[in-house]
Design a binder for this molecule. Structure first.
Ligand SMILES: NC(=O)c1ccc[n+]([C@@H]2O[C@H](COP(=O)([O-])OP(=O)(O)OC[C@H]3O[C@@H](n4cnc5c(N)ncnc54)[C@H](OP(=O)(O)O)[C@@H]3O)[C@@H](O)[C@H]2O)c1
Length: 369
């Protein structure tokens, strides 16, 4: 029963991909409308947050041809008034007799209600079609909805011997231009990015979106800076300081805090962790409750260690260069104390491995989080 819909769901997933750079913090969704003969008469995607939903786009394109037909959609249609009216109303008004759903929407205001409403109105609902792929597509959104915390990816440009900077701290550039471009593309997908103050002091980075793939040029840029060492004249604050959020440990230097706030920076005090640095859980809770569904952590090594050792990272996205830097003092991709046996280490499940120019790109999920 579900197998026959598989190829159509794959097409709907391809539609959903069109929202990769604009939909967040909403989920990516794709939809197709088939007429009574099974021909595709409408296609739609949720392209940007606040814009029309995929089902509505596809139904509009189909017009009267939707009547008596089938809607194939990667995510359960919504039942609530959010930024747009409920999709279920549009589905019922269009007169489709069958809806094929890829995954349920974990958003507590939907969570099965869309499917129940359709069934109650006499529409046949087919579930369980390519559900794994549909859930993977929105793994960031699903995590955020279920926990209130953002999905966290650690991004690193690393040498074959595991270094993210040379002795003395220089890291430009470890990887090839192709890898750097792929890294910049990630910034277009995530709601926010985060670095430690060590990286800001070493590199004085701007940490901006460069590629214009996301319709929103603004990216929330987050710094962990227990003692507010961030200088108001740093490159990070040269443009759009209002996009910058600095977490410090209470009570940090109030004069510096006020100075940063005067130029538009958001300064948030959190309690200490066991090493007297910013406690990550309240940081993530704050970000999650301010609409950050996905967080790209771009180092450095100390910050990576904190996220991994506290079980707060979900994915690693590494660009590995065929370069050896050596050096006991050179910054490792993951610093901190380190684990005392391989059994205690963080196990990863490889998701994708490919060659990118002269480098390797590795995406891996953190096991057990
Ligand atoms: N190749 C790459 O992909 C890449 C990417 C980024 C950075 N880098 C390189 O990495 C080097 C910097 O890395 P790093 O390890 O020295 O520093 P880091 O990880 O960027 O920053 C560490 C600092 O952040 C602050 N911090 C606050 N809360 C924290 C928490 N919960 N966990 C961890 N740190 C917290 C601490 O300073 P306070 O206690 O003062 O707040 C800590 O010393 C630079 O050389 C840079 O060029 C390379």
């Amino acid at each position: 029963m579900t197998d026959q819909w598989q190829p159509r769901m794959v097409e709907a997933l391809a539609q959903a991909e069109r929202g990769r750079y604009g939909a967040s913090p909403n989920p990516m969704v794709g939809a197709l409308v088939l007429d009574g003969e099974g021909c595709v008469v409408g296609r739609g995607a949720h392209l940007r947050c606040g814009g029309p939903h995929a089902e509505v786009e596809a139904l509009q394109e189909a017009g009267a041809r939707a009547r008596g037909g089938t809607l194939v959609v990667t995510l359960e249609p919504c039942t609530h008034h959010g930024r747009t009216p409920p999709c279920v109303d549009a589905v019922l008004a269009a007169g489709v007799t069958r809806v094929v759903v890829g995954s349920r929407d974990p958003n507590p205001v939907v969570d099965g209600k869309g499917i129940a409403t359709l069934r109650a109105a006499g529409v046949e609902v087919v579930e369980g079609v390519a559900t794994g792929a549909c859930e993977r597509l929105n793994q960031r959104f699903f995590r955020w909805m279920r926990t209130g915390l953002p999905f966290v990816t650690l991004k690193m440009a690393v040498t074959l011997d595991g270094k993210i900077a040379a002795r003395g701290g220089r890291s430009r550039w470890i990887t090839s231009e192709a890898s750097r471009r792929a890294g910049y593309a990630l910034r277009e997908e995530f709601d926010a990015m985060l670095v430690g103050i060590g990286t800001v002091l070493a590199d004085d980075p701007r940490l901006r979106r460069h590629l214009g793939l996301n319709p929103n040029p603004h990216l929330a840029r987050v710094v962990l800076d227990s003692e507010l060492r961030l200088s108001p004249t740093s490159q990070l604050l040269a443009q759009d300081p209002g996009d910058v959020i600095v977490f410090c440990r209470a009570p940090a230097r109030p004069d510096r805090g006020r100075e940063l706030e005067r130029i538009g920076v958001t300064v948030v005090e959190v309690g200490p962790d066991e090493r007297d640095r910013c406690n990550l859980r309240p940081v993530l809770r704050w970000l999650g409750s301010h609409g950050v569904s996905s967080l790209l952590v771009e180092g450095g090594g100390e910050v990576h260690w904190s996220f991994l050792s506290e079980g707060l990272a979900h994915q690693v996205h590494a660009f590995v260069a065929p370069l050896l830097l050596g050096g006991r003092e050179a910054t490792p991709a993951v610093g901190g104390l380190g684990f005392s046996s391989p059994q205690e280490g963080v196990r990863l499940d490889l998701e994708e491995v490919r060659r990118l120019g002269e480098d390797l790109e590795i995406i891996a999920g953190v096991r057990g989080v």
